[in-house]
Structures are given as C-alpha cells and as structure tokens.
Design a protein around this ligand. Structure first.
Ligand SMILES: [Zn+2]
Length: 315
C-alpha cells in the first residue's frame, strides 16, 4: 500500500512537469514508466481484474494474474491498446499529438512524426477516436441548439448547408447527414440515416430533458417539438439569425470547423468512419479550454474499451 501512495505522489509531480510534447517524450522513454502511469490512471494504482473485477492480483513478469479467476492480463487488456505490439510510449505520443492538433492529424503525418508505418498510424488514430467517443452522454438541460448538416461529397456548393437541405434528394446523394446538439458550449454529434423527423425526434427525446428550450431553424423535421419542449425557430430562409436572443450560431460554427477539418486534413472520409471523425472533432472542441497536457491526461483516463482491426476493416 505504501508503494502505491508514493506512486500517486510521483504521478502528480510528473503531471506538473509535463507541459509540452518534448517533455512527454522525454518522460515516457521506457515502458515501465508508461505502465506505472497507466496503473494510476486506470486503477488508481491497485490493479483490478478485467475478467472478474477481483482486486487480489499477482504481478508476473509480463503483467498480472488474478487470484480469483486465475486469468492473466496485461495493462493493455480491455483498453484501446489491446492486442497491439506498439509500445505504450508510441501510443502516448500519438494520443498527445492527436488531441493537441486543433484540426486533427492525418495518418500520413503521424506515420512521419512517430516513425511507424502509415497502416499502423491509421489504426492507432481510429482507436484514439474510439477513446474520444463519449461513453455515456448526460441528459441535456437549459437551452440546446439543434441542427443537421451534410458532410462529404463533391458538391461545389457544400458550404451552403441550407441550400443543400432544400435540394435534398439530388445534391445530397453522396453526402452523409450528421445531427448535432450544442449545450453549454459542448457538442454531441450523431451520424444519421436521414434528416427526417422520425429519425431526429427520438434522438432529441433521448438526449434532451423535457421542457428544455430547443433552438432550431425552420427545417420541417422539427415540427411538433413544441409539444414537449419550448421550441424557438430561427427563420434562416428569411435571413433571420437571431430571434428573442436565441440562435444556432454555436452548432453552425462547429459544423464549419468539422468540415474544414475533414476536407483539409483527411480530404474525404467514408460514411462508415464518419462517426469517429465527428467524435474526434467534438472531443477537441469540447475540451478546447483546457491545455494540451491536461487534455492528454483526460484522454488517458478514457482508454478503456477497444476496437479490433477486424471491426475497423469490416465492410
Ligand atoms: Zn479475475
């Protein structure tokens, strides 16, 4: 127990020391330092069996063995690092870079920065996006901006999202609709099959507390929201941007950030992976007020849950 207490102490010292990428690389040079750090982040220093949650654990040469179920596991079991031979120091560097770059980082760039193959970099980035996904979003209250947009495709006019909306069925064929909510400066996004009311309404009902204020534009899918919510409608078609102090500027700004990022860094993205890109951009946007080093710290507390290469390449 005494050993763990001193580890916690060192952990806080260490966190205070790491303020930049070179400092991070310098600190996490050897694997045992990374393992100790993760032990603190995942379990507060006391390993827990990922198979049966028992806490009586033996240390072995390569990891741990549970006294209850007798299964062996490693620091990577049950995390985004599982079944990868990539060193934790490389993972930590990748997480730092992927969280710090405001517009994201491409697999080509990460491959160059970390001296791993581009295929490895691509795989790592997808797992990091999985880490960034909100595992249990909380119910939204107060004033919530709701809006949909279309991402991808070759339409030259794609930045004029509302025009796209009106000509739906033709120009949006090669685009993927995304629905978003913004509340207290934070966004939640969901890739959706279409932007019809029967698709969007259940999402709103599951994520927003009844009687909250929902601000939307005049898109027909939102008709009827006033039954359960205070519904404020901004008439964008009439050139209106603010009504009674309500607007949807926040979520619209997020859409432009997302699109610029996807078109600029990733050039395009398939419908299959779009949710992960949305999660990545939402994550950085939602943590925009904290420093890069703190963001790294927050990221590492979310490493539970993996994503296999098979799942990734599955059609
Ligand atoms: Zn066990």
């Amino acid at each position: 127990m005494g050993q763990y207490l001193s580890l916690t102490h060192n952990l806080n010292d260490m966190k205070a020391q790491i303020k930049s990428f070179p400092q991070l690389v310098n600190h996490f040079q050897d694997e045992s330092t990374c393992v100790e750090f993760l032990e603190q982040q995942r379990w507060g220093g006391t390993p827990v069996c990922p198979h049966c949650q028992a806490i009586v654990i033996y240390r072995t040469n390569r990891g741990y063995k549970c006294k209850e179920c007798l299964k062996k596991f490693s620091i990577k079991t049950g995390t985004i690092f599982e079944n990868s031979n990539i060193k934790l120091s490389t993972w930590f560097a990748a997480i730092y870079l992927a969280s710090a770059h405001k517009k994201g980082i491409s697999s080509l760039q990460l491959h160059r920065d970390l001296n791993v193959t581009q295929k490895t970099a691509w795989f790592m980035l997808h797992r990091i996006r999985e880490m960034m996904r909100k595992k249990s979003p909380s119910i939204l209250t107060g004033t919530i901006q709701a809006d949909e947009t279309f991402v991808g495709g070759k339409n030259k006019n794609r930045h004029v999202s509302k025009k796209v909306k009106e000509s739906q069925g033709r120009s949006t064929k090669d685009k993927t609709p995304v629905f978003g909510l913004r509340n207290e400066g934070k966004v939640n996004t969901e890739v959706v099959a279409n932007t019809k009311g029967k698709t969007l309404m259940p999402i709103i009902a599951s994520m927003i507390e009844r009687d909250a204020t929902v601000v939307t534009d005049e898109w027909g899918a939102y008709n009827g929201l006033n039954k359960d919510y205070q519904h404020e409608v901004i008439k964008h078609k009439d050139g209106e941007y603010v009504r009674n102090g309500f607007h949807t500027n926040g979520i619209e700004n997020f859409w432009s950030l997302l699109k610029r990022g996807i078109y600029g860094i990733y050039h395009s993205t398939s419908r299959k992976h779009l949710q992960r890109y949305c999660d990545e951009f939402s994550y950085r946007y939602n943590s925009r007020e904290i420093k890069d080093a703190e963001r790294f710290d927050v990221s590492l507390s979310q490493v539970e849950g993996g994503l296999s290469y098979k799942q990734l390449i599955k059609k």
